[in-house]
Design a protein around this ligand. Structure first.
Ligand SMILES: Nc1ncnc2c1ncn2[C@@H]1O[C@H](COP(=O)(O)OP(=O)(O)OP(=O)(O)O)[C@@H](O)[C@H]1O
Ligand SMILES: [Mg+2]
Length: 360
């Protein structure tokens, strides 16, 4: 572990930023690269981790990959997990570490925007894998298949043999969101690493570093709102932070919710209160119109709210089930107005069940 860490510190990450991330405060690799002309650059790219030390969270995975890279024993890799968790950034940092200035000659990067049917496997990938590298230091080349879950089955089958045939000179890295879309034969040829959603602490730390680097004004509750809404997706967190900052000088909780169009927690509380206590009410419809809220967001947040309040579990089960049905119907395009009626009906039923339970 210590060995892997010290190795991580040696990574040359290019130009240095003035502020170091709090989770990796030593050595030049600890600083994220911030291009000088970057006032308007999207923060997701501006703050893309340049070295393995910059990648927040996933310490075990990063240390393992780092150790394997240092020992020149990199296996074929399969990195999977939900969006915005650092899969692409990690492998790009590995490539930068392995190849430095030779980076562009030594990797073949194909993503969903490239055609990756069977012809590409037969020609482009084979051509790249079969050509010899003249650089004695760089032993293996890297084929990076990003969004590999979008590859056709035929292409995946063709890749099996290619991976085996060129193992001496080439390493393959497959990256995807849905690992079940990768055929088992390919999975078994790779070492798998799952990138879980980032936990709130790591997202907060990384955001604090960026807030400091950008010198923006973010309140504590504003930061907590960004972390909550991002649900472990660092890309989403950065996009929310940047768009809220562009929309208002001070990033407060309210500004974050308004900018993203999400209902404020206090609105949800009020709506839940109406649903649980008032007879058929027009207030919800009025609030929804005035604040421009989407019914699907209200249903989702009210459902979460139902887990916070006390009620008999059979009533809760029925209610959550009804809310899930409404969410499904909304997702297939049913009318908002009728589904709002259905939402109120579900709560009316739940209220009767609560009264019956209290009378027993
Ligand atoms: N672990 C992380 N540490 C620091 N920044 C991160 C991390 N994960 C994501 N990011 C930020 O989010 C952006 C997107 O990350 P990345 O492209 O690595 O995600 P991904 O896991 O490949 O997502 P997808 O599955 O959508 O391709 C990066 O540019 C970076 O700014
Ligand atoms: Mg990616």
């Amino acid at each position: 572990m210590a060995e892997a860490e010290s190795a991580a510190m040696e990574v040359d990450s290019g130009p240095l930023s003035p502020v170091k991330p709090p989770y990796a405060s030593k050595g030049k690799a600890a600083a994220a690269t911030v291009p000088p002309d970057s006032k308007s650059a999207p923060w997701v790219e501006k703050y893309r981790p340049q070295s393995l030390a910059d990648v927040a969270a996933h310490r075990d995975i990063i240390d393992t990959i780092d150790r394997l890279t240092n020992e020149n024993r990199l296996p074929h890799l399969l990195l999977y997990g939900p969006p915005g968790t650092g899969k692409t950034s990690t492998i790009l940092a590995v490539a930068r570490k392995l190849y430095g200035a030779q980076y562009h000659n030594m990797i073949l990067e194909l993503n969903a925007s490239d055609d990756r049917g069977i012809d590409v496997v037969r020609q482009q990938i084979q051509d790249f894998a079969s050509t010899r590298s003249f650089d004695a230091k760089c032993l293996v080349k890297l084929v990076l298949l990003d969004e590999a879950d979008a590859m056709t089955k035929d292409a995946q089958f063709a890749l099996r043999r290619v991976i085996e045939k060129y193992t001496r000179s080439t390493r393959f890295t497959l990256i995807c969101n849905h690992v079940n879309k990768i055929i088992p034969a390919l999975q078994s040829r790779c070492t798998r690493f799952r990138f879980a959603p980032l936990d709130a602490t790591h997202v907060t730390e990384r955001l604090q570093y960026i807030i400091q680097a950008e010198g923006i004004d973010v309140s504590e509750s504003g930061l907590a709102a960004v972390v909550r809404l991002s649900s472990g997706d660092m890309r989403k967190a950065l996009n929310i932070l940047q768009s809220t900052h562009m929309a208002s000088q001070h990033v407060t909780e309210e500004a974050v919710y308004l900018c993203t169009g999400n209902p404020l927690p206090k609105d949800i509380e009020q709506i839940a209160l109406w649903l649980l206590n008032e007879p058929f009410t027009a207030d919800i419809s009025e609030t929804k119109m005035r604040k421009g809220l989407a019914l699907v967001d209200i249903v989702r947040e009210v459902t979460m709210f139902m887990f916070k309040i006390k009620m008999p579990s059979d009533v809760r089960v029925q209610l959550v089930n009804d809310l899930a049905d409404i969410e499904y119907r909304l997702s297939v395009g049913c009318s908002d107005k009728l589904q709002l009626g259905s939402l109120i009906s579900s709560f009316t039923k739940a209220r009767s069940a609560l009264v019956a339970a209290a009378n027993i």
